[in-house]
Design a protein around this ligand. Structure first.
Ligand code: F6P
Length: 456
């Protein structure tokens, strides 16, 4: 079994007086690690840094193979074609997608390098699972390099509507490349519908419902909603140190006097709708039914893709909004918005989830959004409420969340007011239903489900 993803699931950390690699946290690696270790397989990806090792090495019993990416490729492939062409376009073009031929050329080159690195590790009869929009061309390239290998492809982000995808000059190559896989997985049924429609229109394969035939070989398309390691989240939430840290956060936020704590945790990305959400909070304060004594918001913004210009402008906009809201509605020692721009360690993240009365997950578009599922997993006593965007894939499963249109500032404001006054019983009923979803379907079930279809 070989996993191919743009990033390796490892990070460089300082231990004592030397730098070492350690596994980075994340659902995908948690689910795949036992499978890779058992099968003697490996993970092929980029270490996320210039001058990366460019070879294979072992990290806590898992073999990883680094695919080096040059500084120019980081600019053209990663920041360019992946994150300034495909990313905005796949998220309903909420930012204009820039289209440049030299970015595309770099995308082709890097995809080929990934396919070659994987082919090196594969022999006929093996299985290979390719992940995400950075690697659309790898399935077909790998099929040519390694015949006899079972190939799966999973897209973690939304697949866009036909009229948006149609804009890409290399739409045919992207579809044919992806259909090199035996199974193509999407997060939602809508993703499947969009992909099938685009494959019928732009690809070369013969379509039979959700299956495509390429020289007689079938490629099947289906929805496989990803999930989290629910038991791990629950276990961590019950740790003494985590509970104490959650209590400490609540104390610092003055919740003893009945003040409720609202939380947002997102990568600092324009798809996450942080700006609309903050404007909704501003609207709640403007309406005057609640003030900064009644509630406070902690917004954690995790730095991301900091060289891409739309990310730079989004950060400025959010920070200005935070300043405006606090300037207008704050009092010494009582600010409505607490803005933290940083990465959180795993246990710290769980403590924040544990501390929050209301979790706000309001992306403008999101393939799934695991924060929503993580919050439900952590709320073992069925307390707390989730406000969730109807445009996050997670809303297809977490139907008892308070669902909102993330572009509707007034609507989000009303949802916040309603949630602040929701009865404990109603909140508990809803949370129980949300939790049943993540308890029934975790990341292990997701990986098993996909791989079973791939093997069948
Ligand atoms: O959601 C898609 C995704 O590529 C994730 O796999 C990843 O965690 C996130 O976006 C951040 O991506 P990047 O690798 O660009 O930091």
């Amino acid at each position: 079994m070989v996993v191919i993803a743009n990033r390796l699931p490892v990070r460089r950390v300082r231990r004592g007086n030397k730098n070492v690699w350690e596994p980075s946290p994340g659902g995908l690696v948690t689910a795949m690690r036992p499978i890779l270790t058992e099968s003697g397989g490996c993970w092929v990806g980029w270490a996320g840094m210039a001058r990366s090792p460019g070879k294979s090495f072992d990290v806590d019993g898992m073999e990883v193979r680094d695919v080096p990416i040059s500084a120019a490729e980081q600019e053209n492939f990663y920041e360019g074609f992946c994150n300034a062409t495909l990313w905005p376009l796949y998220h309903d073009a909420i930012r204009e997608a820039e289209i440049h031929r030299h970015w595309w050329r770099s995308y082709v080159d890097v995809n080929r390098r990934f396919a070659e690195a994987a082919a090196d590790a594969l022999k006929p009869g093996d299985t290979c699972w390719i992940h995400d929009y950075q690697l659309h061309l790898v399935p077909q390239m790998l099929r040519e390099l390694s015949p006899g290998v079972k190939i799966g492809f999973f897209l973690h982000i939304p697949f866009p509507a036909e009229e948006l995808f149609a804009r890409i000059p290399w739409r045919r190559e992207l579809i044919n490349g992806t259909l090199g896989a035996d199974v193509v997985g999407m997060q939602t049924k809508l993703g499947v519908r969009n992909f099938v429609r685009c494959a019928q229109r732009f690809g070369d394969a013969e379509a039979k419902g959700q299956t495509f035939l390429i020289d007689g070989r079938p490629s099947r398309v289906g929805a496989f909603p990803i999930s989290i390691d629910t038991a791990h989240f629950e276990r961590t939430a019950k740790k003494r140190s985590v509970i104490e840290r959650a209590e400490q956060i609540r104390e610092k936020m003055h919740t003893v006097s009945g003040r409720q704590l609202l939380l947002g945790i997102d990568r600092l990305d324009y798809t996450k709708g942080i700006d609309y959400r903050l404007r909704a909070v501003q609207e709640v304060l403007r309406r005057g039914r609640f003030n900064a004594d009644d509630f406070a918001v902690i917004q954690v913004a995790v730095p991301s893709r900091e060289n891409v210009s739309d990310y730079i402008s989004m950060r400025k906009r959010i920070e200005e909004l935070v300043g405006n809201i606090n300037g207008e509605y704050g009092e010494p020692g009582r600010f409505p918005i607490h803005y933290l721009r940083r990465n959180l360690a795993f246990e710290e993240l769980i403590a924040y989830y544990g501390a929050a009365d209301i979790m706000m997950v309001t992306p403008l578009r999101d393939g799934m959004n695991l924060v929503a599922k993580e919050y439900a997993a952590v709320r073992t006593a069925n307390t707390g409420s989730l406000i969730l965007s109807e445009f996050a894939g997670a809303s297809q499963e977490l139907k008892r969340a308070v669902l909102i249109n993330p572009f509707d500032v007034d609507g989000i404001a009303t949802a916040i007011e309603d949630t602040l006054t929701m009865s404990k019983d109603e909140a508990a009923r809803r949370m129980k239903s949300l939790r049943s979803v993540v308890l029934k379907h975790d990341v292990y079930a997701w990986a098993k489900g996909f791989l079973e279809v791939l093997q069948s």
